[in-house]
Design a protein around this ligand. Structure first.
Ligand code: ADP
Ligand code: MG
Ligand code: ZN
Length: 605
């Protein structure tokens, strides 16, 4: 490609040279005085002049085939023009190809203009940005104000203690006089502490809604700007507006983004953040007595907050907003189910049971997913089928396509049935919910267990059972396919086993090392202090911990393997069924296992 182009260029060049040579030859044969003479004698039919090159093309009468003689003209040729006029010769000024020089000139000018225009735009833009930076804090205050949130306490469920604590704040906002009359000081700040999605924002809105006061909100992360001083001026703006609208509620979300311990951690020396924080503290100290403003802040990292924020008169009240328990989840499901069409067959209790660890936001999302699925399936109302699918999806991710039959599918089936049977036959284990070969998220097969009841406290027996059940998958691979064939599929199980066992040894005091806390997980996660690599135990203890962990895991693994070995026939049966059906629900699973074990008991007798 490249080579062809080069040769054609060369060709073009030779042509050019030829042309020039031709022109020169002709010039020699027909010069300026020839031209004057032939005009005089009337031999010329037509003349065109190219102003760019100052060459005249002279068409002679005797040359019929439009061939022109070329004559280089002088700069000024008044006599020529006069002669042409007097002889009435066809005359024109024509820009030929050769005048492209002029075109190029024009293009250059155009380009220059464009450049200048672009530059002008650029300058104008940067000027306006600079201007924007100057009045950032003033004109673009990024707090939101809602005159009425429309949220009430009944919209918030499952966090009853927090709600009760905050009822009082509503009364502060509604009837401050009652408190001032007896000389009580109304608290200024309340800190809501809890994991994401548990309803902190919702709760703050509900307080404003119940008290019927405006709701001002800003997120801590929005304070973190690139210009020093912007955050502080935003805080000032926010409180100025709040004072104008008192009584009202100011909500600061993610306060840990600005309220981190000063002078510690990775962000140490962040001037902007410190200034913002200082301004916040100043503002909170600033409103005297009962101005009718209550500040509510939310965080999920109270441990990193600057202690100055937590002093009396600031955020001295802390309210924990935790994951809802079973009853709480039921309440939340009722709130979010109220505006949805749900089949009367659906038991919200069952859903609440199946969703330990779900936050309010997760539950809201769950019902919404189920509703979407219902529409997609063209059903009238949400049924348990859609809810099950939605739970699975929220917990384990998107459903994939099942594997085709083969050795690998068989192995996965044995692995899952291994979990199922070990879980079913180990005392203290949660019951099997279902076993499935339909892949989901990262997993290629899944065994679900239903937590039996609300598990606030977990016993040693239960933990042992959990570890044994988790090892059931690998144990099945090992026993049935042999040690050489075990797969990486158990990686996640083994990770969980290890972390669970480590906690048993180092946190819960459930090993031979006795009830000693050997690890403290409340350490700040950011660097700064000497917290890196700090452990509360010596090398010697570390070895002992490892030994304890290994002994627990080994014991559980032996138990799991034994269960697999002793129940081989029913496992084979279950595997065949699973491969055929793809999913076995918990009740059928237990029935098959019970039938088999009672039969084998009879035989043994
Ligand atoms: P957080 O601020 O704690 O991260 P949000 O208040 O933003 O959580 O909760 C997000 C959404 O989840 C809410 O708008 C609401 O729909 C739902 N939600 C969370 N917790 C609850 C709850 N306790 N009761 C009812 N709905 C809740
Ligand atoms: Mg929030
Ligand atoms: Zn597994």
């Amino acid at each position: 490609m490249l080579r062809i182009m080069a040769s054609s260029l060369l060709l073009l060049q030779t042509l050019f040279v030829g042309n020039i040579a031709l022109a020169q030859q002709k010039k020699e044969s027909f010069n300026y005085s020839d031209l004057l003479r032939s005009i005089e004698t009337g031999e010329v039919r037509k003349i065109t002049i190219d102003p760019a090159t100052n060459i005249a093309n002279v068409y002679l009468k005797k040359e019929t085939d439009n061939k022109a003689e070329q004559v280089k003209l002088f700069n000024q040729n008044p006599e020529l023009i006069a002669k042409i006029r007097s002889k009435k010769i066809d005359f024109a000024v024509e820009s030929s190809a050769a005048s492209s020089a002029a075109v190029i000139n024009l293009m250059q000018i155009g380009l220059l203009l464009l450049l200048i225009f672009g530059l002008f735009l650029l300058i104008k833009r940067s000027a306006s940005t600079a201007a924007g930076a100057m009045n950032f804090g003033k004109s673009r205050a990024r707090f939101q104000m809602e005159a009425a949130t429309g949220v009430e306490f009944k919209d918030v469920a499952g966090i009853e203690e927090a709600k009760e604590e905050l009822q009082e704040v509503v009364i502060f906002l509604k009837t401050p006089d009652k408190f001032t009359a007896v000389g009580a000081k109304i608290p200024r700040g309340v800190l809501l502490v809890g994991p994401p999605g548990t309803g902190k924002t919702l709760l703050a809105k509900a307080i404003a809604g119940e008290a019927q006061v405006p709701f001002f909100s800003i997120s801590g992360s929005e304070f973190v700007e690139m210009f020093v001083g912007v955050g502080a001026s935003r805080v000032r703006d926010l409180f100025r507006k709040a004072k104008e609208n008192a009584p009202c509620l100011v909500f600061i979300d993610e306060i840990d983004a600005v309220g981190r311990q000063r002078g510690a951690g990775i962000g140490g020396g962040n001037d902007e953040r410190e200034q913002t924080l200082n301004q916040l503290l100043t503002e909170m100290d600033g409103f005297e007595g009962n101005t009718g403003i209550i500040v509510i802040a939310a965080t999920n990292r109270p441990d990193v907050l600057d202690s100055a924020l937590l002093r009396p008169g600031r955020f001295d009240r802390q309210v924990i907003v935790d994951y809802p328990d079973m009853k709480g989840r039921l309440g939340i499901l009722e709130v979010h189910g109220a505006n949805k069409k749900i089949d009367p067959q659906v038991s919200l209790e069952t859903i609440a049971q199946r969703t330990p660890g779900f936050s309010g936001a997760d539950l809201a999302n769950l019902l919404n997913e189920a509703a979407i699925l219902t529409v997609r399936r063209r059903k009238e109302a949400i049924t348990m089928a859609e809810i099950d699918a939605a739970i699975d999806r929220v917990i384990a991710g998107m459903e994939g396509t099942p594997l085709v039959d083969g050795k690998s599918k068989r192995l996965i089936a044995y692995h899952e049935i291994g979990h199922g049977i070990v879980g079913t036959l180990t005392k203290g284990h949660d019951p099997v919910e279902k076993v499935t070969l339909i892949p989901r998220g990262q997993a290629r097969g899944l065994t679900w267990f239903t937590p039996d009841e609300e598990q606030g406290l977990v016993s040693r027996t239960q933990l042992f059972a959990r570890i044994t059940g988790l090892l059931g998958g690998r144990a099945a691979e090992d026993v049935i396919f042999g040690e050489a064939e075990i797969t990486t599929g158990a990686g996640n199980d083994i990770e969980r086993v290890t972390s669970l066992t480590r906690q048993m040894v180092t946190k819960f005091g459930m090993s031979d090392l006795g009830p000693i806390a050997l690890e403290d997980d409340n350490q700040p996660i950011f660097l700064g202090n000497d917290s890196v690599n700090r452990s509360d135990y010596s090398q010697e203890i570390a070895e002992k911990i490892d030994k304890q962990i290994r002994s627990i895991v080994f014991q559980c693994y032996q138990n799991a393997k034994q269960i697999i070995q002793e129940n081989r026939p029913v496992i084979d049966m279950l595997v065949d069924l699973l491969i055929e059906k793809e999913t076995i629900d918990g009740d059928s699973f237990r029935e098959i296992v019970n039938n088999y074990t009672s039969k084998s008991l009879e035989i043994a007798r």
